[in-house]
Design a protein around this ligand. Structure first.
Ligand code: SF4
Length: 493
């Protein structure tokens, strides 16, 4: 798919000519594409990485916007801003030089295929990539002009059966009035437009949906999802064959490690963590870990789910195996050495890859904490925003001395099912109050990228409250936390 050997920029001829004509004859006549053909261009290793990281920033921004936007307009605005910043793509009617228009489209094309490779590795990664690539195409289609829409629709070959006026009356009867009289309708299997069915935007008859012209984007996205799903499966099979390339495979793995839902990569933000220093760091723990930590102190014991969640979190912030054994032994102070060795030490060593299949286990993501293994009676693991009752959550939030209105705001988000958004807002408010106390930019509004793992929360909290926050070290840490390109410094934006 890519020529990996190389390393010079592809030249583009004819910058002097009239834009539409030159662009029309180029490989990229339209800025919208379904990525049907793989790029056959030479790409330098620097471009390979930069293009992919920029696209990743856009997909992550879409994920963030879907989680945190206040309504449809706000979501579109956030996505447009991310595109403008990382991957601008102008229309043929723009007055930009052809070289720039073609360059933008080339970057879009190449970056899609790099991430396609990188994210074909596991089912979870494929699902993540698919979801946000579809959202990106939908956003672009909605913002395209008529000519661009028509060009994309004709290139997509949607195989639509147009409904004649006679068929319309025969098949829809009185339900024909559901649509505007002049609107063209297309008849398709209802599985192709589940989004429209879910929003009651189409009439259904015997498993067939009648899609108005204005909603044809749903069909386009369905086709794109279908073809990209197949393409990702093909890529997944091809990926092992790339094992011999020592430059690309680590790059691809690194890219897919940077999704919000992927496993957390330790940043070492807290420096050397010891059994003694854990209590002092707990002020920067998210609510789930504060709860586990305090219950452990109170009961001098935690059940399996809590030990796993807290233990792997502590490992992620930098607590080494020997210190972990000391930390847990002290915490389980009600039991004898013999009981601890027989019942618990093995599991701790196991988490560090020193027993059993010697896997190096990583901390749980929020997604995992929220979606799997809900806590039962006597358990303390889980996510307070998801698993606490409304009353218990409010009591926990009040412990941070947040004003009533802010407690209500966070609790309402959790109540509405936006658990990670609630947690992120909680962190923003905590940081805001801390800054007020320390007179550090007390009036600055803090907006953070959505929290996706307890360890990311900890890193953000620690990074934002360090007195040397503006230092180069902290900026690097922030970029690493976000999983963005090293050049990025936008942990807070
Ligand atoms: Fe912990 Fe994540 Fe829940 Fe926050 S959203 S409390 S970090 S699991």
């Amino acid at each position: 798919m890519f020529n990996q050997r190389v390393v010079k920029r592809e030249g583009h001829q004819g910058d002097q000519a009239v834009v539409p004509e030159v662009v029309r004859r180029s490989r990229y006549p339209c800025r919208l594409t379904m990525y049907g053909d793989a790029p056959d261009v030479e790409v330098s290793i620097e471009e390979f990485e930069t293009f992919a990281l920029d696209r990743l920033q856009v997909l992550r921004a879409i994920e963030d916007a879907q989680l945190r936007a206040k309504g449809e307009d706000d979501m579109r605005k956030r996505i447009s801003e991310a595109l403008e910043k990382h991957m601008p793509s102008h229309t043929n009617r723009s007055k930009l030089p052809p070289r720039q228009l073609v360059g933008e489209r080339r970057k879009d094309h190449v970056s899609h295929f790099i991430l396609r490779l990188a994210f074909s590795r596991t089912e979870e990664l494929r699902g993540w990539f698919l979801r946000y690539e579809c959202a990106l195409l939908k956003h672009r289609f909605q913002n395209a002009d008529l000519a661009e829409k028509q060009e994309l629709l004709s290139s997509a070959q949607l195989r639509l059966a147009h409904l004649s006026p006679a068929d319309r009356d025969a098949k829809l009867g009185s339900a024909s009035g559901f649509y505007a009289a002049q609107e063209q309708l297309f008849e398709v299997d209802f599985e192709r437009v589940l989004d429209l069915v879910g929003r009651s935007q189409v009439v259904l008859r015997a498993g067939r949906a009648f899609v108005p012209q204005s909603e044809v984007a749903a069909l386009l996205i369905h086709e794109f999802r279908h073809s990209l799903t197949q393409a990702l499966a093909v890529c997944a099979k091809a990926l092992p064959q790339m094992g011999e390339d020592e430059r690309l495979l680590p790059l691809l793995q690194n890219l897919s490690n940077q999704t919000a839902r992927s496993e957390y990569q330790s940043t070492g933000a807290a420096g050397a963590v010891t059994a003694e220093s854990v209590p002092g760091l707990s002020d920067s723990f998210p609510l789930c870990m504060q709860h586990l930590h305090s219950q452990l102190a109170r009961d001098r014991h935690l059940r399996h789910g809590g030990r796993m969640q807290l233990g792997l979190f502590l490992k992620g912030i930098g607590l080494g195996l020997q210190d972990a054994l000391v930390f847990w032994r002290r915490a389980f102070s009600a039991m004898t050495d013999d009981q601890f060795q027989k019942g618990y030490a093995y599991n701790i060593r196991h988490n560090y890859g020193m027993e059993g299949k010697r896997a190096d286990y990583t901390p749980y993501s929020c997604h995992r904490v929220i979606m799997s293994n809900p806590p039962g009676p006597g358990d303390h693991h889980g996510c307070p925003f998801r698993h606490f009752s409304a009353e218990r959550l409010r009591a926990a939030l009040h412990k941070d001395s947040l004003p009533d209105a802010e407690v209500r705001e966070v609790a309402d988000l959790a109540q509405a099912g936006h658990y990670q958004v609630a947690c992120t807002r909680h962190l923003e408010l905590r940081l805001h109050h801390r800054r007020q106390q320390t007179q550090q930019q007390p009036d600055a509004d803090i907006r953070l990228s959505a929290v996706t793992s307890p360890n990311q929360y900890f890193d953000l909290c620690l990074g934002c409250t360090k007195p040397t926050h503006a230092s180069a070290t902290d900026t690097t840490t922030a970029a690493a936390i976000l999983g963005g390109a090293p050049k990025s410094t936008t942990a807070i934006y």
